[in-house]
Ligand binder design. Structure first.
Ligand code: NAP
Length: 160
């Protein structure tokens, strides 16, 4: 699950460089009850455990200061064994973890932000021909949104 600008920027100074209340609401709705898989930098950027979801953080250095509710893993191959029963794994960034996990993903939930944004982290390059777009929803600028967005769902072409 990712929100990306027209120039593929997703982050700046370890923050999300756009304010999109409507997207945060959708993120909460779609991820509730599931397992969030994220990199250590993204977890530190969020700064807290998001309620109602399992949090798994990847960190090669072990991330000794993680809160006790967080499962810290050093290798992506350990994730499956730690996901709590009934939860879907949703990869929520950042760029390093998208690059690592995209080969394992079967669905992409993509928020396209209608702007070019200055940033220091971009979504990794992806062969979109391997993906089929299932839906696209135009989202006009809401009361606490900086930009209009389009919310897209994509499915990997070789997945059933
Ligand atoms: N727009 C969006 O939808 C969105 C979503 C999420 C994040 N973001 C933004 O993305 C930026 C952060 O992305 P990032 O790429 O800098 O960092 P990141 O992917 O969140 O985290 C990187 C960290 O993950 C760990 N890691 C990386 N590869 C690993 C591997 N193979 N095995 C185990 N651990 C591994 C390392 O932790 P250690 O250093 O502890 O070893 C590494 O420093 C921020 O600006 C954030 O706001 C944007």
């Amino acid at each position: 699950m990712v929100a990306l600008a027209e120039n593929d920027v997703i982050g700046h100074d370890n923050q999300i460089p756009f304010r999109l209340r409507s997207d945060l609401r959708r993120f909460k709705r779609l991820t509730m009850g599931h397992c969030l898989l994220m990199g250590r930098r993204t977890f530190e950027s969020i700064g807290r455990v998001l309620p109602g979801r399992q949090t798994v953080v990847l960190s090669r250095s072990g991330y000794a200061h993680a809160p006790p509710e967080v499962t810290v893993l050093e290798d992506v191959n350990q994730v499956a064994a730690h996901v709590e029963s009934g939860r879907q794994v949703m990869v929520v960034g950042g760029a390093q973890i998208y690059a690592l996990c995209l080969p394992y993903c079967s669905t992409l939930w993509v928020t396209r932000v209608a702007a070019r944004i200055q940033g220091d982290v971009r979504f990794p390059s992806l062969d979109w021909s391997q993906w089929r777009q299932d839906s696209a929803e135009q989202v006009p600028v809401g009361p606490q949104d900086e930009y209009a967005t389009e919310f897209q769902v994509w499915t990997r072409r070789d997945s059933q």
